[in-house]
Design a protein around this ligand. Structure first.
Ligand code: AMP
Ligand code: GLY
Length: 417
């Protein structure tokens, strides 16, 4: 065992998967997690500091002589956690606040893509309702309207007709539902979506395995958008050719563009891509590990993840090895999610499952594990094929007892059903 101390900032399923991967590292002696959940606290020491309380996190990292801090959520990046740690000479894996704009500002991301010819939907941006509406009326539907800023996944409307488009523009620009801001209006792209996460350090890119998320709440991709109801990896329709294109025409040029623009990116650059008939195009970039994609990607990594984070901070080489196994994870969410939902329901039957269970929103109450969030657990099955992985996850879900949860049994349907 090594002698490194690591602090993971975040408490969701993504951070549980990061903690789990770090626990397999030969370099890591001790893992802390701020703030942790019921599952993470079985694998890491829980630290009661919130993800945006940067000064308390800096003080903790100094006091405990933390060798490396890994950032999970966007909220921490948005308040400049990486900039502050760097000022203090502390090693941290994640992008600066300026580089994280690739996620927090759709306008910034779009300008980079246009300037550097990175394939994406054609767009215009507006802050005036009349101008925005005139632009929309002159173009075909469906059309895509995005609030330019962080809107917790709710700021995107795919308008099927002009009435829906107008309602969305009024909501965002006249009623200012998400605050005063701009909208980006995009060409509607068609094709299957996939998530390509790459660890990036300046111009250096360390590609991770492919995954596909399922954003809608209910089976058959119906219902409201959520943070993601399930994911799998690998993704069969992402052939070597598609991957090569995505890497060479999208991910590497974007990393290089950030350097050229004076905002070099270190951390996970998440490409939310769509496979159109013209090849893959960018739907969005995120500046962090995806959730729930991370929960099906990191368990396939055979290399030491501490070494990957450490190498990335110094832009050293690091070859990654992946298992051929298929992983498919199903999210158990609180009934009511993504709208309001109750908390505190007892969950039983989490022991002796074949699947790996990552905790997303759980807490401990006396001896019991209870629900504490919208997305509660992710049950990740594995097998030689995605079908086997799904069978394992579905069969384990039957053993978990909690009346307050629902899930989608059709995760992977685009490639399995
Ligand atoms: P975003 O928050 O940008 O990832 O958008 C949320 C979802 O809206 C995406 O996962 C897509 O399903 C859909 N979407 C966003 N932009 C487009 C587009 N230009 N064409 C088609 N669908 C889109
Ligand atoms: N699963 C999508 C995201 O992490 O934003």
């Amino acid at each position: 065992m090594g002698n490194k101390k690591v602090l993971v900032v975040g408490s969701g399923g993504r951070c549980h998967a990061i903690v789990d991967a770090l626990s397999r590292s030969s370099q890591v002696e001790k893992i802390y997690s701020a703030p942790a959940n019921a599952g993470i606290s079985m694998q890491a020491e829980a630290v009661a500091i919130g993800v945006e309380d940067v000064e308390a996190l800096v003080a903790f990292a100094k006091k405990e002589n933390i060798d490396l801090t890994v950032v999970g959520p966007e909220a921490s990046l948005a308040v400049g956690i990486v900039d502050r740690f760097q000022q203090e000479g502390l090693r941290i894996f994640g992008p600066t606040k300026a580089a994280a704009q690739i996620e927090s500002s759709k306008e910034f991301a779009k300008q980079i893509m246009v300037k550097y010819s990175i394939p994406t939907a054609a767009y215009e941006s507006f802050d005036n309702y009349e101008e925005a509406w005139a632009y929309v009326k002159a173009r075909p539907v469906p059309t895509v309207i995005k609030y330019d800023g962080l809107a917790a996944g709710k700021g995107v409307v795919v308008a099927e007709n002009y009435e829906e488009a107008d309602a969305a523009l009024k909501d965002m620009l006249l009623d200012e539902s998400f605050g005063k801001g701009r909208v980006v209006i995009e060409e509607f792209l068609e094709g299957p979506e996939f998530s390509f996460m790459c660890v990036v350090s300046g111009e250096k890119v360390y590609p991770l395995a492919m995954a596909q998320d399922h954003k809608r709440a209910y089976e058959g991709d119906k219902g409201p958008n959520t943070g993601g109801m399930g994911a799998y990896s690998p993704v069969p329709f992402v052939t070597d050719e598609v991957r090569e294109f995505a890497l060479e025409k999208i991910m590497r040029p974007t990393a290089a563009a950030m350097v050229a623009e004076g905002v070099p990116f270190t951390g996970v650059l998440y490409g939310g891509l769509i496979l159109t008939t013209e090849g893959p195009k960018v739907i969005e970039f995120n500046a962090r590990f995806g959730d729930p994609e991370t929960e099906v990607v990191l368990p396939r990594l055979k290399s030491d993840i501490y070494e990957l984070f450490d190498a990335a901070i110094d832009a050293r080489n690091c070859e990654l090895e992946w298992s051929d196994e298929a992983l498919l994870g199903i999210v158990l969410a609180s009934k009511g999610y993504p709208a309001s939902y109750p908390k505190g329901a007892v969950i039983e039957g989490l022991e002796n499952l074949s699947s790996t269970v990552y905790h997303m929103g759980t807490a401990r109450k006396e001896d019991a594990v209870v629900t504490a969030g919208g997305r509660v657990l992710m049950v990740v099955g594995r097998g030689a094929t995605l079908r086997k992985a799904r069978e394992q996850a579905l069969s384990d879900i039957q053993k978990i007892a909690c009346d307050s949860l629902f899930y989608r049994s059709d995760i992977g349907h685009k490639v399995l059903d």
